[in-house]
Ligand binder design. Structure first.
Ligand code: PLP
Length: 398
């Protein structure tokens, strides 16, 4: 009667959503101030003031037909031009407006890029833990997801496993740095090693392997952390960028794909991306948002509260005896569960009104993700709950 594959996808809500719903119910029962909800990656800080000003000015001054009308499918020409110029200038990378495709956030960018590059039976390599939608997007093309677990304790890339995982069926590799859920940033040295392996594999198999860089957290880094720009290190690259987190606009749905002009068959790859957008009925990215972000490139929301939250949580949890991955970016802290089963640990955390996402949801066992894009006060007030949870487990050991 219906497409069973789609029904299953729709019916199986993600654990993150379930936890969020649970937190909502608890808020009603005991008051919002008593629930420490670290489930969702929904930015808590307002967008940049220029975004609001630009939107108002567009709404007041732009003729409706050009403001609210369809743009061309890959995006308005002047917006693509502005993005290409920004990339060339900010990253000293070659970039062509002809190879920029505006999308509804990174999710749609990934769907289009993966659908453009993958056929049934192909393989796409991802590093675990990973954003769970990768599996949905990859498997929807008929391709197979090949998972390479990162190395503990720092969640760096395991190059021996990676090298084994790349076969003559590998068409795509996805990197996500700064990372959801670990907060890890891939170093320049790591990226160079990864690219060297890929180039060697391309030569061995005589076919391109495309490296997709999923970058919704590019600008969210703490201290002087350098986030290398992938297309500068590898020709067969495409960047899937989003303004969801950089400008705190996740519900507005705006992002883009940038295919490197140096990529093999770049024009054909781009055409396939346009075809994928068409096949998924995306038509064009929201025009008001296209014209807004074009004027706000390089600007970001104020991330200072994320930095305060990261410092507070990381230092307090480490002092209390938790094993944490130090996050250099994004707004997630990855913490080792106090028992083998991360789901059981997340359940027990609920006793203390702590809502933590078990890492199984990110295809990695034994950890929880704390999403700290929440008000600073929530983090401060949650600290005794983390201590009580630790003491709960300590009592058990005695
Ligand atoms: N990729 C990663 C790693 C993410 O964490 C997210 C959202 O949280 C996305 C992609 C999707 O982002 P967007 O809201 O821009 O579609």
């Amino acid at each position: 009667m219906v497409n069973e594959k789609m029904r299953r996808l729709g019916a199986n809500r993600s654990v993150i959503r379930d936890l969020f719903e649970y937190a909502n119910a608890r808020r009603k029962e005991i008051g919002a101030e008593n629930v420490f909800d670290f489930s969702l990656g929904n930015p808590s800080v307002p967008t940049h003031e220029d975004v609001t000003a630009r939107m108002i000015s567009l709404l007041q001054n732009q003729p409706p037909a050009s403001l609210h009308g369809y743009t061309s499918a890959p995006g308005a020409a002047e917006v693509r031009q502005a993005i290409a110029a920004y990339i060339a200038n900010a990253y000293s990378a070659e970039c062509s407006p002809e190879l920029i495709y505006l999308t509804c956030g990174a999710a749609a960018a990934l769907v289009c890029a993966l659908s453009a590059l993958l056929c049934a039976e192909d393989e796409a390599v991802v590093f675990a833990p990973f954003f769970p939608e990768y599996r949905v997007f990859i498997e929807n093309t008929g391709a197979k997801l090949v998972c390479v677990p990162c190395k503990e304790p720092d969640f760096s890339i395991d190059f021996t496993s990676f090298s084994k995982a790349v076969t003559n069926k590998t068409r795509v590799v996805i990197v996500n740095s700064p990372n959801n859920p670990t907060g890890k940033v891939i170093t320049e040295e790591e990226l160079k090693t990864l690219c060297a392996i890929l180039k060697q594999k391309e030569r061995e198999y005589g076919a391109p392997i495309y490296l997709i860089s999923d970058e919704p957290y590019r600008e969210i880094v703490y201290g002087n952390v350098f986030v290398p720009y992938v297309p500068r290190y590898y020709n067969n690259a495409a960047v899937c960028y989003s303004f969801s987190k950089s400008l705190s606009l996740p519900g507005e749905r705006i992002g883009y794909i940038s295919v490197s002009p140096r990529a093999q068959n770049a024009a054909a790859v781009f055409e396939a991306i346009c075809g994928a957008g068409r096949a998924h009925g995306y038509v064009c990215a929201p025009s008001l948002l296209q014209f807004t972000v074009a004027e706000c490139l390089g600007k970001t929301a104020d991330f200072s509260s994320y930095k305060i939250n990261r410092d507070l949580l990381y230092s307090y949890l480490c002092e209390t005896g938790y094993d944490c991955v130090r996050p250099d970016g994004a707004f997630y802290l990855f913490v080792k569960a106090l028992e083998k089963d991360a789901k059981a640990f997340s359940e027990r955390a609920k006793k203390y009104e702590l809502i933590l996402v078990p890492s199984d949801d990110f295809y990695y066992p034994g950890y929880v993700r704390i999403s700290y894009c929440v008000p600073i006060d929530t983090v401060r007030r949650s600290l005794p709950a983390f201590k009580a949870l630790m003491e709960d487990y300590a009592r058990e050991k005695r």
